[in-house]
Design a binder for this molecule. Structure first.
Ligand code: AP5
Ligand code: MG
Length: 222
């Protein structure tokens, strides 16, 4: 099954993609995580992307299309993938169509997570993750069960994303409205777009996505 998760920053794309990855045995491809890994590694791409990401802007289509093209070649994509954060612009959506067609692959569904702007700001500004295993937490909604201790791996160090400052979130939301929301009609016209209420609790959102996928015909060749 090949899926795209679309939605503004903080909508829950990563949270839900990780849950489906475990359930279906398909791989989550987060271009944001890939870029952050490049920044940490100090690579050429990382150096180009760092300031752009910290300003809440989109990294260039050229870098992202090349990065996604290389990633999708890897063998763990053969059983299916969830694109989390790609495509984000019209050129990226067109490049993805060509990339998939070239490999005889098709998309099965595009899930749009809809969340109000004030809720997005709260979600992002309160988010932190375990530095060791990456488990996600939130200051108000999802604290570790034991203070300063990761529920999953017992780690005691936590990190916050450089672009999760309140002032940067506004720029990220604006970039979504200006550059990413315009690709929704592309997938609606193809009959692939399914909108889900991302304001509901995490388990309800998962259930709603599962209900959508239950009704999607999968595995049909392009
Ligand atoms: P990226 O890493 O993709 O960030 P984003 O799209 O801004 O989205 P987030 O990761 O912040 O949110 P999410 O939707 O994954 O929500 P999450 O599940 O974490 O991109 C970062 C940057 O990289 C971009 O700004 C850009 O610069 C660059 N980039 C990446 N891809 C690119 C591309 N294709 N082209 C160009 N540039 C690119 O949830 C958020 C919080 O809410 C968490 O704390 C979570 O616990 C909580 N939460 C989740 N669901 C719920 C719920 N239902 N109820 C309550 N809380 C919830
Ligand atoms: Mg994410």
């Amino acid at each position: 099954m090949n899926l795209i998760f679309l939605g503004p920053p903080g909508a829950g794309k990563g949270t839900q993609a990780k849950r489906l990855q475990d359930r279906f045995g398909i791989v989550q491809i987060s271009t944001g995580d890939m870029l952050r890994a490049e920044v940490t590694a100090g690579s050429k791409v990382g150096l180009q992307a760092k300031a752009v990401m910290e300003a809440g802007q989109l990294v260039s289509d050229e870098i992202l299309i090349r990065m996604l093209g290389n990633r999708i070649e890897r063998s763990d994509c053969l059983t299916g993938f969830i694109l989390d954060g790609f495509p984000r612009t019209e050129p990226q959506a067109e490049a993805l169509d060509a990339l998939l067609a070239g490999r005889g692959l098709k998309l099965d569904a595009v899930i749009e997570l809809k969340v109000d702007a004030p809720a997005l700001v709260e979600r992002i500004a309160g988010r932190f993750t375990c530095a060791k295993c990456g488990a996600g937490y939130h200051d108000s909604f999802n604290q570790p069960k034991v203070a300063d201790t990761c529920d999953v791996c017992g780690g005691h160090a936590f990190i916050r994303r450089a672009d999760d400052k309140r002032e940067t979130v506004a720029a990220r939301l604006a970039a979504y409205e200006r550059q990413t929301a315009p690709i929704l009609p592309h997938y609606a016209a193809a009959g692939l777009l399914h909108s889900v209420d991302g304001m509901a609790g995490m388990d309800e959102v998962t259930a709603e996505i599962m209900a959508v996928l239950d009704n999607v015909p999968v595995g049909v060749e392009a």
